[in-house]
Design a protein around this ligand. Structure first.
Ligand code: IVH
Length: 663
């Protein structure tokens, strides 16, 4: 990005961030997620670091957001209430450490230690005491002038109204509401048919800025204290000890860390206990513990140099759609895929996101070159959530779906009622390639070390023309391929041979028959028991199977009738594929007739393992919750499926309940 482009981008970032800050802090409204806004702020911060001459006094990086509301009495903060700069990765953290190290002497650097605090996702407050009595409480406001919320804060039980000592002092901290309270209050709103709050912080913010303290009292707010303004303390840790002694609630998880390694270890530890905490946190605040050094480092813009907010992986971020490419699926479906400027979402760098189909591109209003908010559906699959058209500069382009297959140039077709364009050429090289990937994938033949990159090489070298050829590969064929050596070639061949025996269901699934997913493959295997029977089955035989509809039956039946496929099956068995004997009928199928949805992350196994277990015990697995779902297994940080289950009254199982059930 050249300087003038950076300038334009910075202007757009400032305008957009200010708009959302105003919505959020002044109007208590929210249009985009905190994570998306953080992502924009980070981009602005980074651009300003690259071009310091473009920093202006009105930049959101230079001021604390939120003008005080008219309805409240104003309070002038004796000392400005600052905010913190964010870091999102170890790399960012090292950058911060390097920046501050440059401002310190060798001797000072040697003394650097850190105080690490849980970053509570609430609202910053100031509490003033005179001779041991709570006299005033205020919000941060714009950092200089806040709102007087004394009466509201008096309803918060965790804030002492009198101190154990008759001291006059100013304390800062956070008000928040517990996850449980959040659920309870949203339930009340739901029952009244009112709009629910998006997150606990929104309730805390809304409650503390109520004109009627009775409403605040009913909201059961909580508070942690984390800072004494002024005072004569050597280090930040001592301030916490002092606050605790005076009767404030301080966070006992906070920790003094002597090195960067200890900070990282603490950050990771907090990430692990996060789900178990009764309140929301969004990272760890890392503060230079030595107060003299903290003071020396000073303030830049809106934030002290001597502290950062080390944020947890965010589930959303903003980035740019650099291009839209067409991906040819193994069944010939054409999926438009966004090529993204790399960005970290939930801890993983994403570079592509499926756009599903033409209609979805229209619905979202996407153009190539757009700035967008991305997330990960079900915490896994990257997806585009929203376009931010305010970032357009006029160079963005519309996307047009091609009319021919980008791989084989076959004319694409779209059946009535379908949203996807398809290439119906069974010999299409791109389709075949995908079919090979599918064949060896974890849920099919599960051949270790045979990933898409190696398959590409085998295909490009002409070593493999159909799936059966994998089993005929010899070490000598592979060893000369780039990045292979004797041992790795031997390992790959061994891995392939180790998987020659397979269950019938997995075998059927591996064939990549259109509309035949894992569950249908199991149903077919259960019904027919042997591949020969399935091959001989009539369309009616297949249609008769419970859970299998006419479309699925037709595509399964057609597949087995196709002469190329007959040849392929024959070749596979000649190559030594053996179907494992499984006495399906006599197995005790504990979960038969029950359908499950699994959401959130489980501790004792992956979601895929849980699903496999359910299927093994005769249960059915579905991806979406409906009234027909028997159970929803809910792990940590579940998605909307858990809420839907609750709404529909579907039975929810904790991981413990589930483990007991499959015991
Ligand atoms: S120390 C100079 N400790 O995070 C500000 N802040 O983005 C020093 N926050 O405005 C703040 N938990 O509202 C500190 N344990 C904690 C915190 C915490 C939450 C908030 C605070 C601040 C914001 C910074």
């Amino acid at each position: 990005m050249n300087k003038s482009e950076a300038k334009t981008r910075i202007e757009k970032l400032k305008k957009t961030i200010n708009h959302h800050r105003y919505l959020y802090h002044v109007l208590d409204k929210q249009e985009i997620s905190d994570a998306a806004l953080d992502s924009l702020k980070k981009e602005l911060f980074d651009l300003e670091q690259l071009h310091p001459d473009l920093i202006t006094a009105d930049s959101p990086t230079q001021r604390v957001g939120g003008a005080p509301l008219k309805e409240f009495k104003k309070v002038q903060h004796e000392e400005r209430m600052l905010s913190l700069n964010d870091v999102f990765s170890k790399e960012d953290f090292y950058d911060w450490h390097e920046r501050i190290s440059k401002l310190l002497t060798e001797q000072e650097k040697a003394q650097l230690d850190f105080y690490c605090e849980l970053k509570i996702d609430g609202l910053a407050i100031e509490m003033e005491y005179e001779n041991g009595l709570f006299v005033r409480g205020s919000t941060r406001g714009d950092g200089v002038i806040g709102e007087d919320i004394t009466q509201n804060l008096k309803t918060v039980q965790a804030i002492p109204l009198t101190l154990d000592e008759e001291k006059s002092l100013v304390v800062r901290g956070e008000v928040f509401i517990s996850k449980k309270e959040f659920e309870r209050q949203n339930k009340v709103l739901r029952e009244k048919g009112l709009a629910e709050y998006a997150n606990p912080r929104n309730i805390a913010a809304g409650s503390v800025r109520q004109l009627d303290p009775k409403i605040t009292a009913a909201r059961k707010l909580d508070s942690f204290a984390y800072d004494v303004v002024g005072g004569n303390f050597n280090c930040h840790e001592d301030e916490h000890k002092f606050l605790k002694k005076l009767g404030f609630k301080t966070n006992l998880n906070n920790k003094h860390c002597k090195s960067i390694e200890e900070v990282f270890a603490f950050y990771e530890h907090v990430g692990k206990i996060r789900a178990k905490l009764d309140y929301e946190i969004d990272g760890v605040v890392v503060i230079i513990n030595n107060n003299a050094l903290f003071e020396k480092l000073g303030v830049v813009g809106k934030a002290p140099r001597g502290a950062v907010a080390f944020k947890f992986a965010q589930s959303q971020a903003t980035t740019i759609i650099e291009d839209i490419k067409i991906q040819v699926g193994r069944t010939g479906a054409m999926t438009p895929v966004a090529v993204l400027k790399p960005v970290v979402v939930s801890g993983i760098t994403i570079t592509r996101a499926t756009l599903h189909n033409e209609d979805e591109i229209k619905r979202l209003g996407i153009k190539i070159g757009d700035t967008v908010i991305v997330g990960r559906a079900g915490d896994v699959i990257p997806d585009v959530i929203k376009v931010l058209p305010e970032f357009r500069t006029g160079v963005e382009r519309n996307f047009h779906m091609p009319r021919v297959c980008p791989s084989c140039e076959n004319e694409l077709e779209k059946s009535e009622g379908e949203v996807l364009w398809r290439c119906n050429n069974a010999k299409c090289p791109a389709r075949q390639r995908r079919n090979f990937y599918h064949f060896v994938s974890r849920t099919a033949f599960n051949i270790d070390g045979l990933g898409p990159k190696i398959i590409d090489r085998l295909l490009d070298e002409g070593l493999v023309a159909d799936q059966a050829d994998f089993f005929a590969l010899q070490k000598e064929d592979v060893v000369h391929l780039e990045r292979f050596a004797e041992k790795s070639a031997e390992n790959l061949i061994d891995a392939i041979h180790a998987k020659k025996e397979i269950t019938l269901a997995k075998f059927i699934y591996a064939l990549g028959i259109r509309n035949v997913g894992e569950q249908t493959a199991i149903d077919l295997a259960m019904q027919f028991g042997r591949i020969e029977k399935l091959q001989r089955a009539s369309l009616q035989d297949v249609e008769k199977i419970l859970n299998i509809g006419p479309i699925v039956a037709k595509s399964a039946h057609e597949w087995f009738a196709n002469k190329h496929n007959v040849k392929l099956l024959d070749k596979l068995f000649r190559a030594g594929i053996k179907i494992k004997k499984q006495n399906l009928e006599s197995r005790i199928l504990k979960l038969e007739g029950k359908s499950f949805v699994v959401t959130g992350s489980l501790e004792s196994m992956s979601r895929d393992e849980a699903k496999a277990k359910i299927r093994e015990l005769g249960g059915q697995v579905s991806e979406s919750v409906s009234k027909k779902t028997s159970y929803v297994v809910v792990g940590a940080e579940p998605g909307s499926k858990a809420q839907k289950a609750e709404k529909l009254g579907v039975k929810i199982l904790s991981e413990q309940d589930f483990l007991k059930m499959i015991e």
